[in-house]
Design a protein around this ligand. Structure first.
Ligand code: DAT
Ligand code: MG
Length: 151
């Protein structure tokens, strides 16, 4: 049983462009398990906590404003090495450097509108999951599919 989890968020441009399904589809196709999902307007204080490592950067105010420009879709996905592989599915931060076949590589061009977020370490993933889903996520064991996906 693989219990690693990551926080994936479709940003406001991804929601407005109708790419929520496409992004979910790529995580489903890979075999990851959805354990939480919600559409909401991100609160400023939570965004500032989420992006606190970037608070000194010149683009920080623009980033926070962009993330509040419309609703986001927050999700928690679970499975073997989902943190690292989730970021591979997203592609490089700068979409001009994201490989074709990745979400950012296929659907966007600007680092300031790069469609999606994915946690960058297991430890940050757990902090982000607590931050965005304080009531917790759904516990469920996917017995039948897991037996086809994992040894
Ligand atoms: P990632 O989202 O790939 O984890 P990050 O954590 O370094 O990248 O930055 C968070 C977000 O901030 C990123 O998705 C887009 C924005 N950002 C990062 N670097 C930027 C830059 N140089 N100019 C504008 N926005 C930037
Ligand atoms: Mg990051």
């Amino acid at each position: 049983e693989y219990t690693e989890r990551t926080y994936i968020m479709v940003k406001p441009d991804g929601v407005e462009r109708g790419l929520v399904g496409e992004i979910i589809k790529r995580f489903e196709n890979k075999g990851y398990q959805l354990v939480a999902i919600e559409l909401f307007k991100a609160e400023k204080t939570i965004l500032e906590e989420h992006y606190k490592d970037l608070s000194g950067r010149s683009f920080f105010p623009r980033l926070i404003a962009y993330m509040q420009s419309g609703p986001v879709v927050g999700m928690v996905w679970q499975g073997k090495e989902v943190v690292k592989t989730g970021r591979l599915l997203l592609g490089a931060t700068n979409p001009l450097e994201s490989a074709p076949g990745t979400i950012r590589g296929d659907f966007c061009v600007d680092v300031g509108q790069n469609l999606c977020h994915g946690s960058d370490s297991v430890q940050n993933a757990e902090s982000e999951i607590k931050l965005w889903f304080p009531r917790g996520v759904t516990q469920w064991k996917r017995e039948r599919l897991d037996s086809l996906l994992y040894e």
